[in-house]
Write a protein that binds this ligand. Structure first.
Ligand code: MN
Ligand code: MN
Length: 467
């Protein structure tokens, strides 16, 4: 028999309740659900490693769930499910709600571009009878992490006649992969004196793609010609076709369970496909919501959201404007009354590197989805800083729906920082709060998340669409 709790103990439980690990809070049924959800999530991670592949995957799934393309003149009605894509690199999904659209919509925005390495426009060259692709990295990577691991190549090549060649090579076990070399430790004396940031330099990220010569006595770059010939036979392309190509180098390995207890998922691109997938699954399962629910999966977040597929572009506004038009409502009225979750990951506390966060305000794996009031760097520069009122609305929603949440910030004050798309959405007049999954080893080729956090995020997003 347990002793009666002291008045002080009871008071503490009432006034200063301690956060609890999801493993102690969730029922065994919920834990099973989190494992099952992660199985589906891993399939998404393995099938969609780029923004283009993510758009394809989600649009196909959406169509199976009754979403139809939002074409010009389509008359919208309550309960309808629509989608639109933007240049194959971003996608929007909506379920039309019962409430008058002039009262705003519930929007979740996640990004589907991930840190990676792109090919340059003249990538193919040969050096000492090894063939290479020249590259330019995309987003914030620690360059040394991308050497000596199997890499695959994804993207498109547009030929002179306009034909699109899709490339996806290096994922299957029976396909070749590629690699960026690093120096052996025996000869790294000079390299070891470089700072970690310069350990591998940008122009050293050269992708090895072949080593056999084209058998001929007359020409000089025999290995390059041999690779060019293989590329011509496989894809029907010539060297000049790389000028109009977008080819991305990503880790070739699959997402996998991590830990004896299988409590975590390791994989490439959790930032931000873990929020994209949870936000997308949430809207797939949303039927006849009160307010219109919208999910946007955007591109170019990792490079600052510029460009016509990034969130600073007009396409989200146009999508909402076209929905508003269909109901004869001004779109600015809808924007100003829109509630938005900017769905992006946050840095989880990593006990191996405890000094970069302030422990009382960091996020932790297995403690649920993370609410981040503000991002930015130094004195919150570049943040949208969500209002207390809107956090109050979201927090109540999560508590009413038994969704495990915590708060987070991106490191100690003045230790660095970063941003999300929240500020660009807030600039449109919406209420915006950053919500996401805590991640360990963010922006590395093999990022780590906890299954319970992924599942709580999905539940949180679903509750938000239906609020
Ligand atoms: Mn992100
Ligand atoms: Mn990122």
């Amino acid at each position: 028999m347990s002793k009666d709790k002291s008045p002080a103990k009871l008071l503490e439980e009432k006034l200063i309740p301690k956060p609890k690990h999801a493993g102690l809070l969730l029922t065994s049924n919920e834990l099973d659900n989190s494992h099952a959800f992660s199985e589906r999530y891993k399939c998404f991670l393995n099938a969609a490693k780029t923004e283009r592949e993510s758009v394809k995957f989600t649009v196909e799934e959406a169509k199976k769930h009754g979403f139809v393309e939002f074409t010009d003149g389509l008359k919208l009605q309550t309960g309808m499910k629509i989608y639109r894509t933007n240049r194959g690199k971003s996608a929007l999904f909506a379920v039309i709600g019962k409430e008058d659209i002039s009262r705003g919509v519930n929007l979740i925005a996640a990004h589907i571009d991930c840190p990676r390495i792109d090919l340059k426009q003249h990538p193919l060259y040969e050096e000492r009878e090894i063939a290479y692709f020249k590259t330019h990295y995309y987003g914030g990577i620690k360059k040394y992490q991308w050497t000596a691991i199997p890499l695959s190549l994804h993207g498109v090549i547009i030929k002179k006649d306009g034909e699109t060649i899709e490339v996806n090579i290096g994922e299957r076990d029976d396909e070749p992969c590629f690699v960026i070399s690093d120096l052996l430790p025996h000869l790294s004396g000079e390299q070891n004196k470089r700072t970690l940031n310069e350990g591998i330099k940008g122009e050293e990220l050269n992708l090895i793609i072949g080593s056999m010569p084209f058998v001929d006595d007359e020409i000089s770059n025999k290995v390059k010609l041999n690779i060019a010939n293989i590329l011509f036979e496989k894809y029907g392309i010539v060297e000049q076709d790389f000028v109009s190509a977008e080819l991305e180098i990503v880790p070739a390995f699959k997402a996998r369970d991590v830990g004896f207890d299988r409590s975590m998922v390791g994989g490439y691109g959790h930032d931000d496909r873990v929020c994209a997938y949870t936000a997308f699954e949430g809207i797939l399962e949303t039927e006849n919501p009160e307010r219109t629910a919208i999910c946007i999966l955007t591109d170019k977040e990792e490079t600052g959201s510029d460009g016509n597929t990034g969130l600073k572009a007009a396409y989200l506004r146009y999508f909402i404007a076209d929905i508003a038009d269909s109901f004869g409502v001004k779109y600015r009225t809808v924007l100003e009354r829109t509630r938005c979750l900017s769905a992006d990951v946050n840095a989880a506390f990593d006990p191996t590197f405890p000094d970069v966060v302030e422990k009382g305000n960091a996020s932790y794996i297995n403690y649920g989805l993370v609410m981040t009031k503000y991002t930015g760097s130094r004195g919150k520069a570049g943040t949208s800083d969500c209002s207390a009122e809107f956090i109050g609305v979201v927090r109540k929603l999560f508590e009413d729906n038994n969704i495990l949440y915590q708060t987070g910030e991106l490191g100690k004050v003045d230790f660095g920082g970063g941003g999300t798309v929240a500020a660009y959405l807030a600039n449109l007049g919406m209420d915006v709060l950053d919500i996401g999954v805590p991640v360990i080893s963010m922006h590395s080729p093999f990022e780590l998340v906890a299954k319970t956090d992924v599942y709580e995020t999905y539940k949180g997003f679903k509750a938000f669409y239906n609020a």
